[in-house]
Design a binder for this molecule. Structure first.
Ligand code: HEC
Ligand code: HEC
Length: 283
C-alpha cells in the first residue's frame, strides 16, 4: 500500500493514494457549508430526541406523549357521548325510538356494532346469507318487536345461555321417523305451500298435518314459539329447492345464534336492537 501523500499536479489537491491504471483518486474535502449542515442536523436530532424521545413511557422535556393524547381525546369523546349513552341505558327501547336524538345516536352506534359483530354472519346491513336469516325483512323466526329482538340478541338461539331461545326440528330422516318416500311427499307439500299451488293434498298433506303442523302451523304460517320458519312464503333460511327441503327434513341444521349478554354491554345491545328493528322489518 502506498503511504506517502501525493498532490495532484493539476488541482493541487491531495490524492487518497488509490490508483487504477494510472488514474488517481483525489481526496477532495467536503464543502464547508455541507459539513455545517450535517453537524447542524446531528445536533438538531439530539435536541429533538431530548424533547420528544420515541421511547414508550418516557415523555421527554416537553412532557408530550401521543399515548396520553389519545387517552385524553378518547375521554373527551366519551364525555361528549356520555349524555346519550346514559340516556340509552336509562330508557326503555320504545322511548329510545321515540326520542329523535337518542334514536339517531342508537342507530349510529348500532350500525358500528353490527358491522363489527354481526355482519360476518348476517352480512352487511342484515342482508342475510344461507343459514343466517335476513334481518332487513319482515319475516321473523322469533319475533320482530324491539323487545323480541333484544331477547334474541341477549340470550341467543340454541346456546347454553339459561334463557336461550330453543326449538329443535326432529331429524325425520336421520332418526328414521319417516321413510324416504314420505319425506319426498311432505317436501312436495311444503313446496306447494310456498308456491300456493292448488290441489296439494294426499299423502303429503297428511304427513304434514301429523308431523309438521305443530311447529310450522297448519297452513305453514310458521311458529315463533319454536323459531319454526314460515313455509308458505318464498323466504328460505336453507334454500327453497326440493333438494334443500328434503335435506332439512332428513337432518335439520339447528342453527346457532350466539348470546351477546356478557359479551357486549347492555347499552350496545340496546342500540343493536334499535338498529336491527329499523333495518326495515321491525314490528
Ligand atoms: C355466528 C353467526 C352469527 C352471528 C355472529 C350473529 N348471528 Fe344472529 N343469527 C345467527 C343464526 C344462525 C340465526 C338463526 C337462528 C335460528 O335458526 O333461529 C340468527 C338469528 C338472529 C336473529 C333472529 C332473527 C329472526 O328472524 O327472529 C336476530 C335478531 C339476530 N340474529 C341478530 C344478530 C345480531 C344483532 C348480531 C350481532 C350482535 C348477530 N345476530 C350475530 C347467526 C349469527
Ligand atoms: C319441533 C318443531 C318442528 C317440527 C315438528 C318441524 N319443524 Fe321444520 N323447522 C323447525 C325449526 C326450529 C326450523 C329452523 C331451522 C333449524 O334450526 O334447523 C325448521 C326449519 C324447517 C325448514 C327450513 C325452512 C327454511 O326457511 O329454509 C323446512 C323446509 C322445514 N322445517 C320443514 C319441516 C317439515 C316438512 C316438517 C315435518 C315433517 C317439520 N319441518 C317439522 C321446527 C320444526
Amino acid at each position: 500500500m502506498p503511504t506517502k501523500i501525493e498532490k495532484d499536479s493539476v488541482t493541487g489537491t491531495e490524492t487518497t493514494g488509490h490508483e487504477w491504471d494510472g488514474i488517481k483518486e483525489l481526496n477532495t474535502p467536503l464543502p464547508r457549508w455541507w459539513l455545517y449542515v450535517l453537524y447542524a442536523t446531528i445536533i438538531w436530532s439530539l435536541v429533538y430526541y431530548l424533547l420528544y424521545p420515541t421511547i414508550p413511557g418516557i415523555a421527554g422535556l416537553m412532557g408530550y406523549s401521543q399515548r396520553e393524547e389519545v387517552v385524553e381525546r378518547m375521554a373527551q369523546a366519551r364525555a361528549r357521548q356520555a349524555g346519550n349513552l346514559d340516556g340509552i341505558a336509562a330508557s326503555p327501547l320504545e322511548a329510545i325510538k321515540a326520542d329523535p336524538d337518542l334514536l339517531n345516536f342508537a342507530l349510529t352506534g348500532g350500525r358500528a356494532a353490527f358491522a363489527d359483530n354481526c355482519a360476518p354472519c348476517h352480512a352487511a346491513g342484515g342482508a342475510g346469507r344461507p343459514g343466517y336469516p335476513t334481518l332487513a325483512d319482515d319475516s321473523w323466526l322469533w319475533g320482530g318487536t324491539l323487545d323480541e329482538i333484544e331477547t334474541t340478541l341477549r340470550h341467543g338461539v340454541r346456546t347454553d345461555d339459561d334463557d336461550t331461545r330453543e326449538g329443535e326440528m326432529p331429524a325425520f330422516g336421520a332418526d328414521e321417523l319417516l321413510e324416504k318416500e314420505q319425506i319426498e311427499a311432505v317436501a312436495d307439500y311444503v313446496l306447494s305451500l310456498s308456491t300456493q299451488a292448488a290441489g296439494a293434498a294426499g299423502e303429503g298433506l297428511e304427513l304434514y298435518a301429523e308431523n309438521c303442523a305443530s311447529c310450522h302451523g297448519g297452513a305453514g304460517q310458521g311458529g315463533r314459539e319454536y323459531g319454526a320458519p314460515r313455509l308458505a312464503d318464498q323466504i328460505w333460511l336453507y334454500g327453497g329447492e326440493k333438494a334443500d327441503i328434503v335435506a332439512q327434513i332428513t337432518k335439520p341444521r339447528h342453527g346457532v345464534m350466539p348470546a351477546w349478554a356478557g359479551r357486549l354491554d347492555d347499552t350496545t345491545i340496546k342500540m343493536l336492537a334499535v338498529y336491527v328493528h329499523a333495518l326495515g322489518g321491525g314490528e
